[in-house]
Design a protein around this ligand. Structure first.
Ligand SMILES: [Fe+2]
Length: 432
């Protein structure tokens, strides 16, 4: 009977329908698999669960399901139902195939269009650390102690007040976002350049949409104009990672020749001479925090010199005040993924300070002997008044821009949360 139908030239044939449905299924698996493999993509599913994403994830099952439903319909005397199913499956296959190819092209081609040169900046290569900066401070410190250098040092700081290392941290400048405050961003960079820290860390969301070379170029031209000499290291934020942005991030800020102790450009530890700085890859939450990174982190924290302060940096935060996302109802506060996955390690291995971005507030928190700093926005639109206050919050600044200075002193860390114009908003001291 079925063969008769095929002989009568029923179009599209069973074979055509099944083969095209299988091709569509394979293409949709490839498109979704490639997207899922990209930095930060998994977090999009969790934190921005758009209906469109779910449709894209399961679209490959549509045509093949219709093709299977059409099979028993071949036995019916009237062929209309079978014909309708076959055509629906066939047209669906073409649509799913085209959408899958478009997604793959979008993810692969868009980040690679437009030119982007490696940054002409004083980038910190994680494997080389910032020992030279720390050593320079220590050398100046020793020189200032010698009698002949006393004349050259008009302010005689006591050794306990003289920083061994001066670090600056900022996050979330969001170059390319219409809502970002370019004036605040420029002011912060000018202030940091004037202070000449030993190292400056930008903790992510450098750009609004990571796959746009135009936006990375905007960031580069400002950074090259304003802080060409400041030793700089960036982290990858959730916005930087969007739709294949990791390619442009690496091209500009982690060029060939750079390497890290972890082997990853996204998480590493830096020997900063007077401090150990450990970066973890948490663009949204723990979606990229797999067994490999976890093992590396535990080993790194366990091996850190206990005489030096241990500072962890990340894009997404741990303890934080915040609000429920009005669109997706996701909680932008006390991070339900990051806290259980990493905080026990921080407490076990004596991490002194954890510095993060992601939320556009400035906040100081402390819990079980670990201090947490959320360093505020370097231009990204300020977050709304928080509806939730973390029980571990000690101080908070809403609706402002700024950054955080951390001075490493003998036996203590001095934290200063600053406004965009450099005024100290809040200070804190942590003993290590
Ligand atoms: Fe951000």
């Amino acid at each position: 009977m079925t063969q008769e139908i095929e002989k009568t030239g029923e179009k599209p044939s069973r074979r055509t329908v099944l083969v095209s449905a299988l091709v569509a299924l394979v293409l949709s698996i490839l498109a979704n698999g490639y997207f899922y493999s990209l930095e930060g993509a998994r977090g999009v599913y969790v934190w921005h669960p758009l209906l469109a994403l779910k449709v894209l994830l399961f679209m490959g099952l549509g045509p093949i399901s219709l093709a299977i439903v059409a099979l028993p319909l071949e036995k019916l005397a009237k062929k209309l139902a079978m014909r309708v199913m076959r055509w629906l499956s066939f047209v669906g296959s073409i649509l799913v195939g085209l959408i899958s190819i478009a997604i793959l092209a979008f993810l692969i081609v868009v980040p690679r269009t437009g030119s982007l040169e490696p940054a002409r900046l004083n980038l910190i290569n994680p494997s080389q650390g910032i020992l030279a900066q720390g050593a320079r401070s220590e050398a100046a410190f020793s020189a200032a102690e010698s009698p002949e250098s006393q004349e050259a040092a008009p302010i005689a700081l006591s050794p306990l007040d003289r920083p061994l290392l001066r670090l600056a941290f900022s996050s979330d400048p969001h170059w390319g976002a219409d809502t970002a405050n370019a004036t605040a961003r420029t002011q912060i960079l000018e202030e940091i350049a004037a202070r000449r820290p030993d190292a400056f860390f930008m903790l992510g969301d450098t750009v609004e949409t990571g796959n746009s070379a135009t936006q990375w170029n905007l960031a580069l031209s400002d950074l090259e104009a304003l802080i060409p000499a400041v030793p700089l290291r960036l982290l990858l934020g959730n916005h930087d990672a969007l739709f294949g942005g990791q390619y442009l991030y690496r091209k500009a800020f982690y060029p060939k020749g750079f390497s890290s102790d972890s082997g990853s450009p996204y998480y590493w530890s830096i020997d900063a001479g007077s401090a150990t700085i450990v970066a973890v890859d948490l663009p949204w939450g723990t979606e990229m925090f797999g067994a490999r990174q976890r093992t590396w982190l535990e080993k790194t924290l366990a091996a850190a010199d206990p005489r030096r302060p241990l500072i962890v940096v990340s894009h997404s935060y741990f303890y934080a005040s915040g609000y429920d996302d009005p669109t997706f109802d996701t909680p932008w506060y006390d991070h339900y993924q990051n806290i259980p996955a990493l905080v026990p390690l921080f407490e076990k291995y004596g991490v002194d300070l954890v510095i993060s971005g992601h939320n556009h507030y400035q906040e100081l928190l402390a819990h079980n002997g670990v201090t947490y700093a959320i360093i505020g926005s370097m231009g990204g639109i300020p977050d709304p008044e928080p509806s939730y206050r973390s029980p571990y919050s000690q101080w908070m600044k809403v609706a402002g821009y700024g950054w955080l200075d951390v001075d490493v002193l003998p036996g203590r860390l001095a934290l200063t949360f600053r406004s965009e114009t450099g005024e100290a908003r809040q200070s804190a001291t942590i003993e290590y």
